[in-house]
Design a protein around this ligand. Sequence first.
Ligand code: CP
Length: 305
Amino acid sequence: MRHLISPLDFSVEELDRLLKLANDIEKNPKKYSEACKGKKLATLFYEPSTRTRLSFEAAMLNLGGNVLGFSEATSSSASKGESVADTIQIISCYADIVAMRHPKEGAALVAANNSSIPVINAGDGGHQHPTQTLTDLLTIQSLKGRLDNITIGLCGDLKFGRTVHSLISALLRYENVKFILISPTELKVPKYILENIEAAGAEYKEVTKLEDVIGSLDLLYMTRVQRERFFNEEDYIRLKDSFILDKKKMKLAKDDMLVLHPLPRVNEISVEVDKDPRAVYFKQAQYGVYVRMALILTLLEVEVC
Ligand code: CP
């Protein structure tokens, strides 16, 4: 039995197979429409979500399976003090696979260690968000045609942005990926991520101004400032509008630079950018359904001929 807790839980070859499966699902959705008939996905969301929870549920429904779960900790027995370890043992009796989001770093690993069904980390605090990374990789591979030889700018809250941490870890396994880390000084990427980049021998640069580097990028990965992870509101207010991508800045970018964003967006991308063909963040959310379908099939070891 396998879980997905970290973006590195799959080898590059396994990832390649997963992305190919997601591409086939996109092209031939009918072929997969009964692949998980009789199977159940539990979504345990102790933190708010729109895309991750609903795309997991859509994925399982598209595969002909069923879904159950909760969307906030207060409507579960966590509010009475039940531990993640106990909850997961109970859910193992009700479902075949579980996707869990939790505000505490490491919670998904605790769940996996106590589970008799596959556990998918749907985000654990400021740590990792591996299924967003699968979504990002599928988007980049499908729309850019490659995962290597790219210069990617990651912009915004690089300290608390778990999608950024997971994406950097995943991209470090591909050849010649250069990272331009664009953030206010207070929201720089954590030291352990920089150490990982250095250990992998990848090139990186830390900067504070988007307009200075946007012209050199193949991909721009925007992120919001993560209000829920700040210790005080004053700091959030001071930093929340550090970067706003607008038409003027897009004029400085290459014609084929793609703009990704895990969403939700707050202010960091002006809505005027949405119509720019280089803005692919809504397509990215659609890719999230295909890749989660591929992930469910893979972890449940369901083969479709
Ligand atoms: N990208 C993402 O994780 O979005 P949600 O918080 O809406 O799930």
